[in-house]
Design a binder for this molecule. Structure first.
Ligand SMILES: Nc1ncnc2c1ncn2[C@@H]1O[C@H](COP(=O)(O)OP(=O)(O)OP(=O)(O)O)[C@@H](O)[C@H]1O
Length: 302
């Protein structure tokens, strides 16, 4: 059994590569299993590194040392390889996928818990030809979260301020847009929507909880479709969304299924586990039991 530690030096607030290397030397001292550190050099490199390690054919455990983007890359590289398993050693700013483990989420910070942890097959979302483990979305949330990058580049603008400016721009430009939404062949009623999510996990965007009941191993995706809301009610919507009460928003549509198709009237930002993909069409399809996920023994997500 080989262990591969995939480190993203750009995750979180500063580069922790050296710190992780030192920790690994201590934690792995005396163990016979071969292990290796791979540091990502550019976005997408993690997928290539994990896939080429998987193709060697021997049993492999991959530890994504970074945030949700790094976990996404590790999972995308490991998907479909039965002899490979992946876990998350959280070092990002959000680390949202792990939040569904509740009080057990903090156990992922202990490498020893992960080294011998059990594994279970989890579903993935195939989204416009890429893979996601957690949440794919389009609409108000994606425009704010992904659009913040435009403001982060400006001088004197902090991270929080970038999100506030992005929220302001999104509200001014219009909260809802015309979309055609279809879930498992059923066209959903309505023409204008605020936000559309396909959830395998439960949290995203730094703790927002669109789907408190989503289970990443139940062979189903949870879809949340929020209709058009006014500028006056958007704050109440955000609060409910953060607390996992989106189902109480008037007119909200909740579905469980295997495939959602969304057509937009223009090329839009699509959120895929916190990463940006642009398109005028979103297809989010269940990819059942596609990756093995390692967790601390006894930790639960049910
Ligand atoms: N060497 C690199 N240079 C630039 N970007 C990189 C490099 N390696 C990985 N990346 C990219 O860094 C991005 C951010 O990584 P990640 O999501 O893991 O951290 P984060 O944003 O701090 O955490 P979270 O998503 O949990 O908030 C990802 O899009 C990944 O593709």
């Amino acid at each position: 059994m080989k262990h591969l530690f995939l480190i993203n030096p750009y995750a979180g607030k500063y580069d922790r590569t050296q710190e992780v290397r030192e920790k690994l030397r201590t934690v792995l001292a005396g163990r016979e299993d071969p292990w290796e550190v791979a540091v990502t050099q550019y976005p997408g490199h993690g997928v290539e590194l994990v896939r080429s390690a998987a193709e060697q054919g021997e049993p492999l455990r991959v530890y994504a040392c970074g945030g949700d983007g790094t976990l996404n890359e590790a999972v995308s590289g490991a998907a479909g390889y039965a002899h490979v398993a992946v876990t998350h050693y959280p070092m990002g700013s959000g680390n949202d996928f792990l939040r569904m483990f509740g009080p057990d989420a903090c156990r992922f910070y202990d490498l020893k818990e992960l080294l011998d942890g059990p594994q279970t097959p989890m579903d993935l979302i195939e989204c416009n030809g890429r893979l996601a483990l957690n949440v794919c979305s389009i609409g108000f949330d994606a425009r704010i979260g992904l659009g913040a990058a435009d403001f982060k580049k400006l001088p004197l603008v902090s991270g929080t301020m970038a999100y506030q400016l992005s929220a302001l721009r999104t509200i001014v430009q219009g909260i809802h847009r015309p979309y055609r939404v279809e879930v498992d062949g059923e066209t959903l009623p309505g023409e204008d929507f605020t936000l559309i999510c396909a959830c395998n996990g439960r949290y995203y965007g730094g703790g927002f909880n669109p789907s408190p009941d989503a289970m990443p191993d139940d062979g189903l995706l949870n879809f949340l479709i929020i209709p058009a809301v006014s500028r006056f009610t958007v704050l109440a919507l955000i609060q409910k969304f953060a607390r996992g009460e989106a189902g109480e928003i008037p007119g909200v549509l909740l579905r469980q299924g295997r495939e959602m198709n969304v057509t937009c009237d223009r090329v839009s930002m699509i959120n895929l586990d916190g990463e940006r993909v642009d398109g005028a069409q979103l297809t989010a399809r269940l990819s059942e039991k596609k990756v093995n996920f390692i967790y601390p023994a006894g930790a639960t997500w049910g």
